[in-house]
Write a protein that binds this ligand. Structure first.
Ligand SMILES: Cc1cc2nc3c(=O)[nH]c(=O)nc-3n(C[C@H](O)[C@H](O)[C@H](O)COP(=O)(O)OP(=O)(O)OC[C@H]3O[C@@H](n4cnc5c(N)ncnc54)[C@H](O)[C@@H]3O)c2cc1C
Ligand code: FES
Length: 271
């Protein structure tokens, strides 16, 4: 896969810098638009790209494709505390370029019979789900987005998507975890798609019966640490009911029930 020097069209803080600092160790969320027509042409919701983040990082970093528009795609990313890659990325200005390759991974699979999609996003987990939502709305599907964050700083969701919010501090929407809203919405959904921190996804697995997810198709995007992104280093390997899988090649989208969650922390890719 070729490395492309993608022109940076825009790179700005999308949410205030204090967002998540205390609770999650993150330092603000950013939105970058890159010009890369060849990748955009092939990109599917749920796929990701690798970004070479400057001279101080050896390994490229994976980011979900957040939106596509014409020849451009965007990434919605959190700057991690002590994160050399994301700190470098946030420091890049419009007019410069970023070395990237992709699109990578399998992407979400919408069942051709599905009419109502329920999307569950925790924090920056909105990144791949936004692309999925836009794609589904364009295809005349009904989309309901449950969007949970720590506080009121949330990525703006377009009006065509029915969005229901929950915040941990209760400053917007319901107070509590976004997963707690699932029982109210899941019954009218043909398919459920989720992306968010590992504890959120693990919670969905552990509380399936209580959350009324049992027996329903639930696709998740698994954000483990990656080395190469192209199936060479095995750094992203996770244990599943169908044997060892590489998240970069076989994923990052998996069925919620395929992952052996109890084993995840023991795998090199688990975090
Ligand atoms: C398929 C895929 C898609 C992704 N999409 C997005 C996205 O759209 N937006 C986004 O913000 N991030 C996304 N990530 C996570 C992103 O790759 C990491 O945040 C990034 O690699 C961190 O690089 P860094 O050099 O700044 O941090 P590092 O120096 O690698 O780490 C800094 C700190 O952050 C922690 N950290 C790093 N990666 C993660 C992680 N995945 N989960 C929890 N803690 C982590 C480390 O443990 C460490 O404490 C995705 C990951 C994968 C695998
Ligand atoms: S990241 Fe290297 S094999 Fe998946």
């Amino acid at each position: 896969m070729n490395l492309i020097d993608a022109g940076i069209v825009e790179n700005r803080q999308a949410l205030p810098g204090h967002w998540h600092v205390h609770a999650r160790g993150l330092m603000g969320s950013w939105l970058i638009w890159l010009r890369c027509p060849d990748i955009v042409r092939e990109a599917k919701p749920g796929q990701f790209i690798m970004v070479r983040c400057g001279p101080e990082t050896t390994l490229p970093r994976p980011f979900s494709i957040h939106r596509v528009d014409g020849d451009h795609l965007s990434l919605f990313y959190a700057v991690r505390e002590g994160g050399r890659g994301t700190t470098w990325l946030a420091g890049q200005k419009a007019g410069a370029s970023a070395p990237i390759f992709g699109p990578l991974g399998n992407g979400f699979a919408i069942d051709p019979k599905a009419r109502n999609l329920l999307l569950v996003a925790g924090g920056t987990g909105i990144a791949p789900l936004y692309f999925l939502a836009e794609h589904a709305v364009k295809n005349k599907l009904k989309v309901t987005l449950l969007y949970g964050t720590v506080d009121k700083n949330r990525y703006p969701v377009p009006g065509v998507i029915e969005a229901v919010a929950a915040t941990e501090d209760g400053s917007v929407g319901e107070k509590g975890l976004i997963t707690d809203l699932l029982p109210r919405f899941v019954e009218s959904a043909d398919q459920v798609f989720a992306c968010g921190p590992m504890p959120m996804l693990r919670d969905m697995f552990n509380r399936q019966r209580e959350l009324k997810l049992e027996g329903r198709p639930v696709q998740i995007s698994l954000e483990v640490r990656m080395g190469c992104g192209v199936g060479v280093c095995y750094g992203c390997t996770v244990k599943t009911k169908n044997g060892l899988k590489q998240v970069c090649q076989d994923g990052p989208i998996f069925d919620l029930n395929e992952i052996l969650w109890d084993e995840l922390g023991l795998c090199p890719g688990g975090s």
